[in-house]
Design a protein around this ligand. Structure first.
Ligand code: MN
Length: 302
């Protein structure tokens, strides 16, 4: 600690700031991935966060994620730009466009494809989005798959002095998001403008994460710098998450704020499967290979 006078606001301290690493996913698209990382406990009940990098794809060159399985958790897709076409082995089919969210419970097992829409594949276009994986407790891991299509028009909007929020799940500053969740989860997109500060109450003991995907802000009691493609992990003490943007900044901070009750169970994970034990993982692989998670063609919607 240096001798300079340090800002100290009431609220949660930043535990750490994690830079996302860039990696390649699916059919060959770039993602920024702040976690999983070294310690799964920091992020519990969240398993993975991918920012599908902002991109422009030429006609005929757009790539996505062709059919693949999941078991034991939920995938939440938030499209910021572009258009993703979803199909799955439960017969669901949907087009996810700018501002739309899809909250899919893989539960017992599902096979799905997440591809740029036919229009984008034909004409080319921009793409940018987020995918979050939400863990399920042992008692719900193999729950019946569920599909929630949440169009932009149904996402709850909240505004305050110098900030706007789109609340997908849970309650943020008095606004309730539309998604149904299996455990207490908060998911909101938060835009904070230069010179503004917002305090977000979070339940005592719940995880709180802030991921920046545009601009730069300051986070936590000591107002640590949070740049694009970085994730702030707040401590789990009682208190608010404080987010601000300095007066002189040129652009707003665009971020998502994730909160949730930790599940605190042992976990075994392998690729698209997340279970509690290694034996359950092996069973998932066997079930998938035996076709017990279904196939997209079999539903007749392909
Ligand atoms: Mn998937």
């Amino acid at each position: 600690m240096n001798s300079a006078i340090q800002t100290q606001l009431p609220g949660r301290q930043v535990n750490r700031i994690i830079p996302a690493r860039s990696t390649i996913e699916g059919g060959g698209f770039q993602v920024y991935r702040p976690f999983p990382g070294l310690d799964a406990d920091w992020f519990d009940p969240f398993l993975l966060l991918d920012e599908m990098a902002p991109t422009y794809q030429n006609p005929g060159e757009a790539v996505g994620a062709p059919p693949h399985p999941h078991r034991g958790f939920e995938t939440v897709t938030y499209i910021l730009q572009g258009e993703v076409e979803h199909r799955d082995s439960a017969g669901n089919h949907g087009l996810i466009g700018p501002g739309d969210v899809q909250w899919m419970t893989a539960g017992d097992g599902i096979v799905h494809s997440e591809m740029p829409s036919t229009r984008i594949q034909t004409e080319g276009g921009t793409g940018h989005g987020l995918q979050l994986w939400v863990n399920l407790p042992a008692a719900l891991r193999r729950t019946t798959p569920r599909y929630q299509a949440l169009p932009a028009s149904e996402i709850a909007k909240a505004t305050g002095e110098g900030w706007t929020a789109e609340v997908v799940a849970g309650e943020l500053l008095g606004t309730q998001g539309p998604a149904e969740t299996h455990t207490p989860i908060g998911y909101a997109r938060m835009t904070v403008h230069p010179g503004a500060r917002v305090r977000i109450p979070v339940e005592d003991g719940h995880t709180a994460l802030v991921y920046a995907f545009g601009g730069m802000g300051l986070v936590g009691a000591t107002q640590e710098p949070l740049a694009t493609h970085h994730l702030a992990v707040l401590d789990r003490s009682d208190g608010d998450v404080v987010l601000s943007v300095p007066d002189g900044a040129h652009t707003p901070l665009d971020s998502i704020v994730l909160t949730g009750q930790p599940i605190n169970e042992p976990m075994a994970r392998y690729g698209p499967f997340v279970m509690n034990t290694r034996a359950e993982l092996e069973e998932a692989i066997t079930d998938y290979n035996a076709g017990r998670m279904g196939s997209i063609a079999a539903t007749g919607t392909a």
